[in-house]
Write a protein that binds this ligand. Structure first.
Ligand SMILES: NC(=O)c1ccc[n+]([C@@H]2O[C@H](COP(=O)([O-])OP(=O)(O)OC[C@H]3O[C@@H](n4cnc5c(N)ncnc54)[C@H](O)[C@@H]3O)[C@@H](O)[C@H]2O)c1
Ligand SMILES: O=C(O)[C@H](O)COP(=O)(O)O
Length: 597
């Protein structure tokens, strides 16, 4: 057998009698890796089994700070091979137990396939793991860890550097004087003091940018529907609505993750609502801005200047029209590139990788499980339900004091000691946080991540009469102290409330606010509130049909005939804006919302 330091002992093999197929299907459904090389114990920790007869080999594919390298070398053979081609990486990887990268190396499915099962850990020395194929990692039983905190300040400082450099034309004036010119009147800048800066995405980086901009005398407001208002208030920042943010900004600084909801969030329609002459900074991710729309806004003068550190494609093509635009200040994804941040990131990732190779739990694990196989098997359909209820509930939030207080109710005929809900709680946390964050939540880091974000999740058990064979009857998720995009989702006591059950092995939404519904939670959902009357289902169905959107489920829950009702429609495809607009125009429909699951 090849000289791999990780082998299953026969006794551990016996501990995994169940088939690989269900384990892999679970992993692809909810990102939980269950592999033949991990052992689950009843203390809920998992162990990567390391034979002690060989030193592991760690491949470092991009430059890493010296302290991190020293730490790695004290434990393993370290191969620093920078600038490898994809083919070279695939060749080398079969000799390595761990791989460390930054954002410049694509860790594709081919890399995991080429490793022949030897690769156990991928360490991303930074936050974003968009360059790592997570499903492939999970399917190949490879743990992925990242370093989410060590480069926050560097990114914030780079944001401020771009803001000030842009306002005073530093890059353009520098190029001009180096070309032998002396153009004093051409490079008159704008002042920052007293100007309104909108921070979009008030997380780790955004709040540090806000703090610094206030020191420059700017009036700072923020848009982040999920951030706690009291955290913002504590540093003198007011959270505002999206419309208020974009219409009042003199400067906008982007700090949200790239998610389906933020993709091209700055587009033609949004630029048209901005004050003429607004200035824009992006140190978050390319793709949050619609590049073509930004070019048009720069040409028309709506956007006076932009400063970009990140691009839809990296590196951008040489003739990229944004990069070469005189009004654009550009840097090659340097947000995290300070000596201090790279040392910090290197230590953070080296500790995580070495710990994982030793079999310790990693707080920054992105795809790791820690649950006994038999619990996972029994709760599998409820795990999917739990995550989807979390995703649904958080997407209904419109604003308020931020998502801080969530109550989860589990109704079961089993006594509390016979039902381990930690897995479900982690999946609800995952559902609540992942749609609104760049953070990856799993069983290892769920409670830690929730606490870090000021999110308090309380559990309540309802013990029902009946057979304890079924682990759970229903799960209810309530978010308190928030406003909803869909007033119909508000309960008697003022919380956003969604409830679901597993029916025939599939997750179903069974209650929204006060309304009983029944819709399988798959694809996407449209929720409509209306006064119950004939013909509405037909009208909505026709609009969706004309837009070539396939309806997979529809249900109406009402208080009483001809009274208030909520219609839930499951759709396979995302309706376009026009179809959604037409649904909103049906006179009996009081409100509606489209939710991606
Ligand atoms: N340029 C660089 O080198 C560099 C370095 C570090 C981080 N980053 C990027 O910066 C971004 C922020 O990183 P972070 O560590 O602060 O992440 P974070 O998770 O701490 O903060 C993200 C914030 O965005 C908010 N958000 C989510 N969806 C939103 C929406 N639709 N509208 C408004 N706000 C929304 C979240 O509530 C959260 O508060 C990420 O995209 C990250 O990849 C870039
Ligand atoms: O996601 C991150 O941490 C930043 O974008 C930095 O990426 P880098 O490590 O490639 O500089």
């Amino acid at each position: 057998m090849a000289a791999t330091p990780f082998m299953l002992t026969p006794s551990l093999n016996k501990a995994f009698p169940s088939s690989l197929s269900w384990r892999l299907s679970l992993s692809s459904t909810f990102g939980v890796a269950v592999t033949t090389r991990r052992r689950f114990t009843n203390t809920n920790s998992f162990i990567v089994v390391a034979a002690m007869n060989a030193k592991p080999t760690i491949l470092v594919a991009e430059k890493l700070g010296e302290s991190g390298l020293e730490l790695l070398k004290s434990f393993a053979n370290v191969d620093c091979s920078y600038n490898m081609s994809p083919e070279e990486l695939c060749t080398k990887i079969s000799l390595c137990d761990a791989l460390i990268v930054r954002s410049g190396t694509k860790v594709t499915r081919e890399v995991f396939q080429s490793s022949g099962g030897r690769l156990k850990v991928v360490g991303r020395a930074g936050v974003g793991i968009d360059n790592v194929d997570l499903s492939a990692a999970t399917e190949h039983g490879c743990l992925v860890v990242n370093a989410p905190t060590a480069n926050t300040i560097a990114a914030a400082e780079h944001g401020i550097a771009l803001l000030t450099a842009m306002a005073r034309n530093i890059a353009q004036a520098n190029a001009s004087i180096k070309a032998g010119k002396w153009e004093r009147s051409k490079y008159v800048g704008v002042s920052l003091v007293g100007k309104t800066l909108v921070v979009m995405g008030f997380g780790k980086v955004g709040s540090e940018v806000a703090r610094r901009a206030k020191g420059l005398g700017m009036h700072v407001i923020a848009y982040d529907p999920y951030a706690p208002a009291d955290r913002a208030r504590a540093i003198g920042v007011e959270l505002v609505t999206f419309d208020e943010a974009i219409s009042t900004a003199d400067f906008i600084s982007l700090h949200m993750p790239l998610t389906p909801a933020t993709s091209k969030i700055l587009n033609d329609a949004v630029f048209s609502k901005m004050k003429k002459g607004v200035r824009l900074v992006n140190v978050a991710r390319g793709g949050i801005i619609d590049d073509e729309a930004l070019l048009r806004a720069l040409d028309s003068g709506i956007v006076a200047q932009a400063a970009l550190d990140v691009f839809t494609e990296e590196p951008p093509p040489k003739d990229n029209t944004l990069v070469i635009n005189e009004k654009v200040t550009a840097t090659p994804h340097l947000g995290a590139s300070t000596i201090e941040a790279q040392e910090g990131v290197a230590i953070e990732i080296a500790e995580a990788v070495v710990g994982a190779l030793k079999g310790e739990l990693a707080a920054t694990a992105v795809n790791a499980p820690m649950v006994p196989a038999e619990v996972l098997s029994e709760l599998a359909p409820f795990v999917v339900l739990a995550e989807k209820l979390g995703r649904l509930a958080v997407q209904l939030v419109a604003g308020g004091s931020g998502v801080q207080s969530v109550k989860v109710t589990y109704a079961s005929a089993r006594g509390p000691d016979d039902l381990d809900t930690r897995l479900l709680r982690a999946m609800i946390t995952k559902g609540l946080i992942e749609p609104i964050s760049s953070v990856f939540v799993n069983l290892v880091n769920a409670d830690f991540t929730a606490k870090q974000r000021g999110l308090r999740i309380t559990d309540e058990r309802i013990v029902l009469d009946g057979s304890p064979d079924n682990p759970l009857e229903f799960i209810q998720v309530q978010i308190a102290n928030v406003e909803s995009k869909f007033a119909g989702s508000i309960s008697e006591s003022g919380e956003i409330k969604v409830e679901g059950r597993v029916k025939d092995g599939l997750p179903h939404l069974t209650k929204v606010g006060l309304f009983g519904v029944d819709v399988s939670i798959e694809g996407s959902l449209i929720l409509c509130k209306q006064v119950d009357q004939p013909g509405i289902i037909g009208k909505v169905g026709s609009i969706l049909g004309e837009a070539n959107v396939n309806v997979n489920f529809m249900s109406v829950g009402r208080i009483a005939p001809r009274k208030q009702a909520v219609m839930t429609i499951g759709v396979d495809e995302e309706p376009d804006m026009e179809a959604l607009k037409r649904i909103g125009e049906i006179s009996a429909i009081e409100e509606f919302v489209f939710l991606k699951l």
